[in-house]
Design a binder for this molecule. Structure first.
Ligand SMILES: Nc1ncnc2c1ncn2[C@@H]1O[C@H](COP(=O)(O)OP(=O)(O)OP(=O)(O)O)[C@@H](O)[C@H]1O
Length: 238
């Protein structure tokens, strides 16, 4: 059983401009999969392909029908300019069929964790980038989906927020949720991910856990960073 099955033959922002191709992978229940790759490799484009916001996609994306919905935490926060943070919670809760009291209980916990209680009736456009990112995180954790799709969560969050975010993610995984997370922070990825997808030049060049990558590269005991460097060197297009 998979929570998500991805089979992208080719995709891009316009029909005649292919940005990613031959991206095939699955995510199993409870798995945390790291989506890695250098700048411009195609990680965000792959994620946009999954959530259906790319103009051109040839392939299939299958979400497990029986599972609860997914939540997407974008790299750049997106919110409604004229809604306060609290109104964002109310709107999200109503779309997801949550009662006000369920929403208030969960949001109360999350606002406390991320120390945003004092600004709950403010407009997110007046927030710092990190505060806006925390709002995106709170909205995702409010929904409690079976799959979290997260685009580079670590840039912009302060160290305490990163720790609290990882704790929440771990708790969700213990409840069976799966995670696909793109990141450049390889030491954290190595510590928390079950498996890694490496994308370079718009193509998937590796898919495996730490041990599989080390064996494939014949680099026993190598860190993820070293495996990553070696894979990029082996697949260098220059
Ligand atoms: N909105 C867009 N329209 C057209 N091309 C785009 C758009 N966004 C990204 N691209 C192009 O798609 C390619 C892959 O970019 P993408 O954002 O997927 O990379 P990434 O792996 O997420 O990189 P980073 O680590 O820098 O965030 C790049 O060549 C980029 O210029």
């Amino acid at each position: 059983m998979s929570v998500l099955k991805v089979h992208i033959n080719e995709a891009g922002y316009k029909t005649n401009e292919i940005v990613i191709k031959d991206i095939k992978f699955e995510i199993k229940p409870g798995e945390l999969v790291g989506l890695l790759g250098p700048n411009g490799a195609g990680k965000s484009t792959t994620i946009k392909g999954l959530i259906g916001t790319l103009e051109y996609i040839n392939g299939t994306i299958e979400f497990d029908q029986d599972e609860r919905r997914y939540a997407y935490i974008p790299e750049q926060p997106v919110f409604y300019d004229d809604l306060t943070m609290w109104e964002h919670f109310q709107f999200t809760a109503s779309v997801c069929g949550m009662t006000d009291s369920e929403m208030e209980k969960r949001v109360g916990e999350l606002l406390k964790i991320f120390r945003l209680g004092e600004v709950k009736h403010h407009l997110p456009r007046t927030f710092s980038k990190g505060m806006q990112q925390k709002l995106m995180i709170i909205l995702a954790f409010l929904v409690r989906p079976s799959l979290y799709i997260i685009d580079e969560p670590f840039v912009g969050l302060d160290p305490r927020a990163i720790r609290d975010f990882l704790k929440l993610l771990e708790a969700e995984r213990e409840n069976g949720a799966s995670v696909l997370m793109s990141t450049h922070v390889l030491d954290t990825a190595e510590r928390i991910c079950d498996r890694f997808l490496l994308i370079a030049y718009g193509e998937m060049i590796a898919n495996g856990d730490m041990k599989e990558l080390q064996e494939m590269l014949n680099l026993p005991d190598a860190a993820l960073f070293d495996c990553f460097e070696q894979l990029l060197e082996d697949n260098d297009h220059d």
